[in-house]
Design a binder for this molecule. Structure first.
Ligand code: SAM
Length: 345
């Protein structure tokens, strides 16, 4: 057992096969972050029996919210035999390249990646369902070969495998956040078409009514004429004047930030908000609401991820934005948890 591996309070009382009670399912939370999967699964009576998360700040936030004394650390150092039996394996894992060279046997082409660790735990513990989540880009990663390899190995373990790109904006959250969800199941394939979606709502419907809002002076930004709502529901309305880049940039992109082209953009609260990224550690998300441009508040970022008001964020500001930007949108996970139980158990 690795040095970070310490028992969770809850796993101690479980038998080796996990706690399969009628419709109260056991699950493990891998790459747990701050526990977005728990917020979707626990309220439906399911029981988390094992958690792994490598990052100390995330571990602290997780423990503060779910009553765990500790969580396990680096998954690559955890032996399968030390993971308790479980019905469902959940993982919002980081995407890494594989070395696909010639004909590989077993999982060798995934060795050295974190997907390998998911496979070895699934092979040993045989959960009935795996729920995997990743960025939409996984679909196109390495010309589609990365996803193809993942699906192939899950099928080789005897699972039906279905996947779909889901958008948070279809689950009552006004954020354009697309994620690939892969569901591997032992008994029959998962049917994504049965998922219940909600009509899209506008950002203005969840904004705080009061607060110490950080407004921009009109001199600090430029609004465009005739903004249009994109198919996604985004309405780009302008950009901050700050940080205009001139050298080596394509015409028309001078206002975009060098790294991920988001923080200088301004979106209308009449539309939805773009993806909250984990790299934006100052939370510079600017919105046009009631004719003025202001920064989205921390509380509004929380709402944009569907996290409850009672959730405790115990880390410093930069970590807050990183953690929230890495998380899963809770109402989407709630619906997945509901459908998995209904369709597959
Ligand atoms: C995309 S985030 C998942 C966030 C999570 N779904 C949530 O709702 O907060 C991936 C997480 O995997 C963690 N991670 C990366 N490598 C790891 C490893 N070797 N062992 C355990 N966790 C790891 C990262 O620290 C990060 O928090």
């Amino acid at each position: 057992m690795d040095t970070q591996a310490v028992k969770t309070k809850k796993s101690a009382s479980l038998n080796a096969q996990g706690s399969k009670r009628a419709k109260h399912l056991s699950y493990i939370d891998l790459f747990a972050g701050i526990g977005g999967f728990r917020l979707g699964f626990d309220p439906q009576g399911h029981k988390c029996v094992f958690t792994s998360e490598i990052e100390k700040n995330c571990q602290q936030t997780y423990c503060a919210n779910f009553g765990e004394l500790f969580v396990y650390g680096d998954i690559t150092k955890i032996l399968e035999k030390n993971v308790p039996g479980h019905d469902i394996l959940t993982a919002g894992f980081p995407c890494q390249p594989f070395s696909i060279s010639g004909r590989m046997k077993g999982f060798d082409d995934t060795r050295g990646t974190l997907f390998f660790d998911i496979l070895r735990i699934a092979q040993a513990k045989k959960p009935r369902v795996l729920l995997l989540e990743n960025v939409k880009h996984l679909v196109h990663h390495n010309s589609g070969r990365t996803l193809e390899t993942m699906l192939k190995h899950l099928k080789e373990l005897g699972y039906f495998v279905e996947w779909k790109v889901l958008n948070a904006s279809d689950f009552g959250v006004p954020q354009n956040r697309e994620r690939i969800v892969i569901i591997a199941s032992k008994d029959k394939p998962f049917d994504f078409s049965k998922m219940r979606t909600k009509p899209r709502i506008a950002l203005k419907e969840i904004l705080d009514a009061n607060g110490e809002f950080e407004y921009l002076d009109p001199k600090e930004y430029t609004l465009i004429d005739n903004p249009v709502e994109q198919q996604s529901g985004l309405i780009f309305v302008g950009h901050r004047n700050k940080g205009i880049r001139v050298n080596g940039v394509r015409p028309g992109t001078e206002h975009l930030s060098r790294v991920h082209k988001q923080p200088n953009r301004i979106y209308s609260a009449d539309g939805i908000h773009p993806t909250l990224p984990s790299q934006e550690t100052s939370g510079r998300f600017w919105i046009l609401h009631n004719g003025r441009v202001r920064k989205l508040t921390r509380n509004e970022c929380r709402k944009l991820m569907g996290f409850p008001e009672t959730f405790k964020f115990v880390s410093a500001n930069g970590q807050y934005y990183k953690q929230i930007g890495n998380a899963v949108v809770v109402p989407m996970i709630e619906e997945l948890a509901y459908q998995i139980e209904k369709q597959l158990f």
